[in-house]
Design a protein around this ligand. Structure first.
Ligand SMILES: Cc1cc2nc3c(=O)[nH]c(=O)nc-3n(C[C@H](O)[C@H](O)[C@H](O)COP(=O)(O)O)c2cc1C
Length: 190
């Protein structure tokens, strides 16, 4: 059974670092027959700041871009969030996107690739709590890209695949995500 995994890029600024880890994790996924990966770039979904009359759990957002976003999310079986850390949490653009969906994420797994001063770990700790509210199953394992590989890629043109510890972390995370994706897909019956 193949699982459709969405790699959600959580930052949108022009000079973002996010494209490096998003591309790297996508290449690693492509080596696995059990996954089909798609990149979901929030730049393609420029939603307004949330101003719907009710939460998406109570009423589907009317905004046209948010509707496109929710439709895309609904098509996927699992998610890998790729994000930097903004003020010890996730970027506002990612939180806003998550606020615009609900049922589309329910009973699906989430995994994480982050970067920043502390490997973006504090952003992911916040994101894990948000995922609980969205009724998602979070993988225990994640990839946290620390300062050394971050700077090597950004400033020296190195590749994330040059760092064995990151490759090992990604492999462990993808093994876990694969189990959850298949198990929950069976459980959802879809
Ligand atoms: C508004 C803002 C807040 C930030 N806050 C943190 C922070 O709290 N901790 C940290 O380690 N890095 C922080 N950074 C550095 C980012 O993690 C780093 O710039 C990263 O590359 C941002 O992701 P992006 O390049 O994909 O936008 C911050 C960056 C920005 C733009």
């Amino acid at each position: 059974m193949t699982s459709n995994v969405g790699i959600i890029i959580g930052t949108t600024r022009e000079a973002r670092f996010a494209d490096h880890p998003a591309q790297w994790i996508r290449e690693l996924i492509s080596e696995r027959a059990s996954f089909a990966a798609e990149t979901i770039d929030l730049r393609v979904y420029p939603m307004p700041l949330f101003s719907e009359p009710q939460a998406p759990a109570a009423r589907a957002p009317a905004d046209e871009v948010a509707t496109r976003w929710r439709t895309r999310v609904a098509e996927l079986d699992a998610y890998i969030f790729v994000t930097g850390e903004y003020n010890r949490s996730i970027p506002a653009v990612l939180k806003n996107a998550l606020d615009h969906a609900y049922y589309e994420f329910n009973r699906k797994p989430a995994a994480f690739v982050s970067y920043g001063g502390n490997g973006g770990v504090r952003a992911i700790e916040h994101l894990r709590l948000i995922c609980i509210e969205l009724q998602m199953a979070c993988t225990r394992n994640a990839v946290h890209i620390g300062v050394e590989p971050y700077a090597a890629v950004r400033d020296q043109g190195r590749s994330l695949s040059d760092f064995p510890s990151l490759n090992r972390a990604a492999a462990t995370m993808l093994d876990e995500l694969g189990w959850w994706a298949q198990t929950l897909k069976t459980g959802r019956g879809s």
